[in-house]
Design a protein around this ligand. Structure first.
Ligand code: C2O
Length: 556
């Protein structure tokens, strides 16, 4: 592989991503940041300069496992110190697996502020994917608020608690249209038709296709909150990749995509080439802010035989009902490992099982999310440095609980809403096989249970299964999929359900495992895994120059 050098300057910029002016975070003057394109085996060397004047920053390379380079994972207070204003940090890591990935800020709520971009890893020249396509597109999906990420952050950590609410706009490759619709004349909406000429920052990027050809559409979601559904009218989508792993292909009319996930779908331009078609992305799993009005982002699939300015003759696809969770589950369960490509099956058994109960709680009057009653607050000294220098007083040395009381009723609000904050870690031995059962539960007050997409750093895990209600050891584990379990880096838990994952602790480092909904992580919805950290070698001193590790005078 070759070394690819990038220079990334992170800054705040004024842009019009949804036709209105906002302050967003960008890289090298771009929002979203530049797309990184590399080949398997390449080393990426990214010199990231913090051009923000008053806050730190880091960038996480979502889906890249960072084998041997845990210090380059880009998680503030976990793998490194936040990069100070004016400073440059060098991320240097290998991309070892082809796939559709993305990168994003992992400090405070900088992802919500717009700090993200795409990262695509191609197979080496001469190697073939297990499917054919003639061309490809890349769609990075995100959501946008008209309040700043700072305002959101303060609201979430205030008494009384202020929720961020639903996004104002959805963006496809950083483009959306607020308060107007490019399909207004086709749908039952109060929104006016957008008046766009095509050159605007907020004008949709059109997908130009040639009749009869097949295209690979890479789709990833870096939303702060929204669960999405994507559909293209009249066309089937054939799902072939999920989170950088080949899946057993299947065809659907639309796909669900949660924050932290990525997919590749194949589309064959086999419809009437004298027409154009809508591509629609709409919100699912949360009730729309305006009843009945699904927040949507649109663009066009243009058959190059005709002009892109010709309007489709039929309305855009309708996003499935937000609360049709049976439909969401049916889609999610279709994803299994590709049987024609060599993918390791999960180890047949695990050494250890950790059951993580997800609850909304209160800590001293603040509204939080907690895992087994502990709400995560990150320490001032990054964990990786604490382990490296054997510092004993930088985080809670007592590991968090591996289970929750068996009498806990997941179908009702917690009897005692009070949780504690903590920053202890789950410690794993090298090559330990770990099962994680993510258990969903009722919210803090009233009846209800939300969706949470959980993302693991440093690994792909096998998804062994999804179930309803409280996980029952013995009975439920008999139903685990041990033959075609898909490898992923993000998996969702459905309302009142559980999701079972397995991974092998074979990547020394300190890794975050958390809900990918940005405000939920901010409210403590995550845990920390420390894996054989004594094996980690060659941490650049730059990654450790803060907190109590700053004084250790290391030189490289
Ligand atoms: Cu994409 Cu820890 O996140």
């Amino acid at each position: 592989g070759r070394v690819r050098h990038y220079k990334f300057d992170v800054e705040y910029m004024i842009r019009k991503p949804d036709c209105l002016e906002h302050v967003v975070m960008g890289i090298n003057g771009k929002f979203p940041g530049p797309t990184i394109r590399a080949q398997v085996g390449d080393t990426l060397d990214i010199a990231l300069t913090n051009k923000l004047s008053t806050e730190g920053t880091v960038i996480h390379w979502h889906g890249i496992r960072q084998v041997g380079t845990p210090w380059a994972d880009g998680t503030a207070a976990i793998s490194q110190c936040a990069i100070n204003p004016g400073e440059t940090f060098h991320y240097r890591f290998k991309v070892d697996k082809a796939g559709t990935y993305f990168y994003h800020g992992h400090y405070g709520m900088q992802r919500a502020a717009g700090l993200y971009g795409s990262l695509i890893v191609d197979l080496p020249k001469g190697q073939k994917e297990p499917f054919h396509y003639d061309g490809q597109f890349n769609l990075l999906l995100s959501d946008l608020w008209h309040t700043s990420s700072h305002e959101q952050e303060v609201g979430l950590s205030s008494i009384p608690f202020r929720w961020i609410g639903e996004p104002q706009s959805l963006l496809i490759n950083g483009r959306g249209q607020f308060n107007c619709s490019i399909a207004a004349k086709f749908i039952n909406t109060s929104l006016p038709q957008c008046q766009l000429k095509g050159g605007e920052e907020c004008a949709p990027q059109i997908l130009h296709v040639e009749p009869k050809k097949t295209y690979r559409i890479r789709i990833s979601s870096t939303t702060s909150l929204a669960s999405l559904n994507l559909a293209i009218s009249n066309h089937k989508l054939r799902v072939v990749e999920a989170d950088g792993n080949y899946v057993e292909p299947f065809s659907v009319d639309d796909i669900d995509i949660y924050s932290g996930e990525s997919y590749s779908v194949l589309l064959t331009a086999d419809q009437d080439p004298t027409k154009n078609y809508w591509l629609s992305v709409g919100v699912r799993a949360r009730k729309p802010a305006i009843p009945g009005q699904v927040l949507t982002a649109l663009t066009l699939l243009n058959y190059q035989t005709i002009s892109a300015s010709v309007f489709p003759v039929s309305p855009p696809p309708v996003t499935p009902r937000w609360d049709d969770f049976d439909r969401s589950k049916a889609f999610t369960k279709k994803i299994i490992a590709n049987i024609r490509t060599p993918q390791p099956p999960p180890p047949p058994y695990s050494h250890r099982r950790i059951v993580l109960l997800n609850t909304q709680n209160r800590v001293e009057g603040f509204t939080k999310w907690a895992i087994n009653n502990v709400s995560l607050t990150l320490p001032a000294t990054p964990y990786l440095g604490s382990f490296e220098f054997k510092l004993n007083n930088t985080f809670d040395r007592k590991p968090p609980p591996e289970n929750f009381p068996s009498e806990y009723d997941i179908f009702n609000p917690p009897v005692n809403a009070n949780a504690t904050t903590g920053n202890g870690v789950y410690v794993f031995q090298l090559n330990e096989v770990v099962d994680v059962i993510l258990q969903n539960a009722n919210q803090l007050t009233g009846k209800g249970s939300e969706i949470h997409p959980w993302h693991l750093h440093g690994h792909d895990f096998w998804v062994l299964g999804y179930g309803e209600g409280k996980f029952k050891a013995g009975e439920d584990e008999k139903k685990f999929n041990l033959t075609h379990a898909p490898l992923r880096n993000t998996a969702v838990i459905f309302p009142y359900g559980w999701t079972a994952l397995r991974f092998k602790a074979d990547n020394p480092g300190v890794w975050a495992f958390h809900c990918h909904i940005e405000p939920h992580l901010h409210m403590g919805m995550g845990v920390i895994f420390a894996e054989a950290v004594h094996k980690v070698k060659n941490i650049p001193s730059q990654a450790l120059a803060c907190g109590l590790t700053a004084n250790n005078g290391r030189h490289n």
